[in-house]
Design a protein around this ligand. Structure first.
Ligand code: 5GP
Ligand code: MG
Length: 180
């Protein structure tokens, strides 16, 4: 285990099993639909790489970089798209792939933005859901792997100051690391 990690929440085997399960559900729900998986950079990359291989109904992928401002629940005007989709999503079934749903501010804004592009549907697939967090937006995870409490987690794509994304497990970062 990395010296900056206090404890491991989800190890490699648990992650593999949970991602396979979500992949199976998506494959069944989207049979014959060729869904577009939209990863929100950068936190979603490791999850996306595993999830797309667990989806066997056929899918396409794309990525976005987005920053939200103010009350994302109100309109799609509060999100700044720093990298937009390359794909035309008119009539497409879109699944947003995100590392962690915390206040849901970002994802609510992204979802509203995507809904304004006339897709057939937009759903959310989150690796983690911070169930105890105060929600600023109404976006919910349609698919998720795990619930987490109010702790700062890293690994499997999630970072602290651009570090720890490469860890193959999800762990709680030691307090000393962000207080120094
Ligand atoms: P939201 O708009 O839902 O509040 O923001 C979610 C984003 O905040 C995530 O995509 C992630 O970048 C960041 N975030 C929230 N909680 C955590 C956490 O525990 N660990 C890490 N590494 N990022 C987090
Ligand atoms: Mg993120």
């Amino acid at each position: 285990m990395h010296k900056d990690i206090d404890r491991i929440l989800f190890g490699e085997d648990e992650l593999r099993t949970a991602v396979a399960e979500v992949g199976k559900r998506i494959s069944a729900d989207y049979a014959g639909k060729n869904p577009l998986l939209v990863g929100i950079l950068k936190g979603s990359v490791v999850f996306m790489a595993d999830l797309m291989r667990a989806v066997d109904c056929g899918c396409s992928i794309d990525f976005m970089v987005a920053k939200s401002y103010g009350n994302a629940a109100v309109s799609s005007g509060n999100v700044k798209i720093l990298k937009d989709l390359d794909t035309d999503i008119t009539g497409r079934d879109v699944i947003i792939v995100e590392d962690i749903l915390d206040t849901a501010r970002t994802l609510t804004a992204v979802k509203n933005y995507l809904l304004s592009k006339s897709p057939a549907s937009v759903k959310i697939c989150a690796l983690l859901d911070k169930v105890t967090a105060e929600k600023a937006g109404d976006a919910k995870a349609d698919y998720k792997c795990f619930d987490v409490g109010n702790e700062f987690v890293v690994g499997y794509g999630l970072d602290y100051a651009e570090r720890y994304r490469e860890l193959p497990y999800i762990g709680v970062l030691r307090h000393e690391v962000y207080s120094k």
